[in-house]
Ligand binder design. Sequence first.
Ligand code: NAD
Length: 250
Amino acid sequence: MSTIDLTGKKIVITGGARGIGAATARRLAQAGAAVAIGDIDADLAAETGAAIAAATGARVAGLKVDVTDRDSFATFLDDAEAALNGLDVLINNAGIMPTGEFLDETDAVTDRQIEINLRGVITGSKLAGRRFAQRGSGHIVNIASVAGISAAPGVAVYCATKHAVVGLGSALHQELAPKGVTVTTIAPSFVNTELTAGLSPNWLVRQIGWVEPEDVAAAICDAIAARRGGFRTVPRIGGIFLKILLPLPE
Ligand code: NAD
């Protein structure tokens, strides 16, 4: 049971039909927030939304969004704002991680990662950021990865997109703060979801360990409750470990 109170907060999350997004939507709803889940899998978004609403009694909408399509994203935000009667927080969570040798990767697979993992986050940050800046208040949470501050073979373009999301978040944290918009970048370690189902443990996992979607959900909810901007890893021990090896962005 969550100890934080997000009663009255209206929160949208992309890629919320399963994995980290679904766990986050559930925790937000348990904390009293009204939530709109957006996902390219509209049926699963509706199913997940209905299940969380039934379990928590919170208002939870499951909607369709393709974060690579600007019009789809704008419509999602409009529909979510109407369903929730407002919009306080956008969580850019949707992402994909195809694995394989960089030299063998097709341009289509490369482009898809850039479109979802990077352009989708930029589009969402712009669309929601403009709404938030206009009224001088709002919070954008971008889900990056430890792959955004370190690197591993077999996921080169994924690492590139997540490094870019970390950079984007650092810049937006500074640029949007004076406009009343908080920007948080969360970088999870390896999380037990379908995204990582095919991965075998490597040195990074041995050092930091797997985390559960609920651990990432807790970090996201804490950041929202505290309106804490900037950058953090999950678990925090991973951050301490990586800090010894790498300079982390502000
Ligand atoms: P997941 O595959 O379980 O869930 C991703 C969700 O995004 C799915 O429901 C999928 O349908 C949705 N999605 C994909 N393309 C979309 C699009 N174009 N528009 C809207 N929705 C779309 O993955 P996850 O592990 O829950 O990952 C969530 C986020 O966390 C991703 O950004 C991922 O890169 C990041 N992350 C994951 C891990 C991990 O180890 N699992 C670690 C660090 C960061």
